[in-house]
Design a protein around this ligand. Structure first.
Ligand code: HAM
Length: 429
């Protein structure tokens, strides 16, 4: 039976037949970098349920995402949906318990999200996102801090300013433009959605859509082409320059974001060559918590989501995905079945000392066990032998250098720990 379209299987290592290397190793590598950078910026991890009441999304996220919901009735006749994004869940959680937390709250999550979209390059029906959000701070210092985190997350994966750019914009600038051109306030979000798609649609289609809203393509392009930073964008740019991150950002009003709830500064990160879909996107959503809590809580907020799909495509294209060291530290040879209990005892001692150890679960010929040790890329083999004078002895062999040594059973795990000195399995080689 095949998997559903738009969903991925994560085999331990990438399948050779696949162009883009999904694998559990690659996913873990990205997750480790995401977590590590978010923690370095003082963010705390949270999570929520993957299934939510449908209503959480229908009024708050905007038409585009509502059309992509994986929703159904559960057995209790509730209308539910798999989460297509994390922000409404976060807003719901914050609204319920915000008094328990000092502000600003800096939180991150690594949710798996589900959107019933047309499957295409960079877009699947399931993906993981790093979500990082700051709640309870209206100063632009928070916008700069969040953008710095986004940039540093990509840098931690080996990407440089030659690989990606953050396009910085503001719905405030667009709101002023919309009001000064006497746009119909009831159709403001519709206008934003047209601007959001300008780069993906033909000019003729854009012109037609804008005209029904009372605008011309030339007018709209003039604000994009001016690229003049507003005062709030200016302060964000200054803060990023002070951090040495100025070269990663460019003011670009071509970005407006498709989601309905954004209120102020918005941004998206793209590869410089423009080959891929957006790597990440986010912005301020100062009214969402109020909206979701029915007015009970009212906190300014901002955040971004960075998806694993485009990121992995980009890392693969730029050859930045390391080879993963999945080698075993030790393959334990059980050549004498009468010593299986002693062997198991030492296997467990080695594992307790954090070494990665495997062995043949059932009796097997020595040459077969040795072959398995090589297949599993083990660094060492160990076997226990009876020595006529010293009793039981552990014989250790380095499979690369072929050096051999011996130790008493008591000393063996100490010796192995100092020989291996490997703190983490998934470190890039
Ligand atoms: P978004 O722009 O919808 O924002 O998604 C953020 C990123 O997730 C995109 O730039 C893209 O890399 C990835 N992504 C989105 N949809 C898919 C898909 N179908 N397949 C693969 N990757 C995808 C949000 O979701 C906001 N909730 C982010 C946010 C957090 N805003 C404030 N806080």
């Amino acid at each position: 039976m095949d998997r559903l379209p738009g969903f991925r299987d994560f085999y331990p290592e990438p399948l050779p037949s696949r162009e883009v290397g999904w694998s559990a190793d690659a996913r873990q590598y990205i997750f480790d970098k995401w977590r590590d950078t978010a923690r370095r910026y003082g963010f705390r991890e949270y999570d929520g349920p993957p299934l939510e009441p449908l209503e959480l999304y229908t009024t708050k996220s905007g038409a585009e995402i509502v059309g992509q919901l994986y929703n159904f009735k559960d057995k209790g006749e509730r209308d539910v949906s798999l989460r297509p994004e994390m922000t409404p869940t976060l807003a719901r959680m914050v609204a319920a318990h915000q008094r328990s937390y000092k502000k600003p709250m800096k939180w991150f999550a690594l949710p798996q999200l589900f959107r019933y979209e047309r499957q295409q390059k960079g877009r699947l029906r399931e993906h993981f996102q790093l979500n990082a959000d700051i709640i309870g701070e209206s100063d632009t210092a928070a916008d700069a801090e969040l953008i710095a985190l986004l940039i540093d997350t990509l840098r931690s994966l080996g990407l440089t300013e030659a690989d990606f750019v953050l396009r910085l914009s503001s719905r405030n600038a667009w709101r002023d433009f919309f009001a000064s051109h006497k746009g119909d306030p009831a159709r403001e979000y519709e206008f934003y959605q047209v601007v959001d798609k300008l780069e993906r649609e033909e000019p003729g289609v854009n012109e037609q859509k804008l005209q029904t809203l009372g605008f011309s393509l030339v007018e709209v392009m003039s604000i994009i082409e001016s690229g003049k930073p507003t005062q709030e964008l200016e302060t964000i740019l200054e803060s990023l320059s002070a951090r040495g991150l100025g070269d990663y950002v460019r003011v670009d009003y071509g970005v407006i974001r498709g989601l309905a709830y954004y209120t102020g500064v918005v941004f998206e990160a793209f590869d410089r060559k423009g080959e891929f879909r957006a790597i990440a996107g986010g912005g301020r959503y100062d009214n969402l918590i109020k909206l979701i809590s029915g007015g009970k809580a009212d906190l300014p907020a901002l955040g971004f989501g960075m998806g694993d799909v485009v990121l992995l495509e980009l890392l693969t294209a730029r050859k930045l995905l390391p080879a993963f060291n999945n080698a075993l530290d030790v393959f334990f040879l059980v050549e004498d079945e009468s010593l299986r209990s002693d062997s198991l005892n030492l296997v467990q001692a080695l594992r307790a000392a954090s070494l990665c150890v495997d062995f043949s679960l059932t009796p097997a010929k020595p040459d077969k066990q040795f072959k398995r040790a090589q297949e599993l890329n083990a660094c060492y083999t160990i076997k226990i032998e009876r020595d006529p004078t010293e009793g039981l002895v552990a014989r250790i062999r380095n499979l690369k250098s072929r050096e051999e040594s011996a130790a008493s059973l008591h000393e063996a795990s100490h010796q192995m720990v100092s020989l291996c000195r490997k703190p983490h399995r998934l470190e890039p080689i």
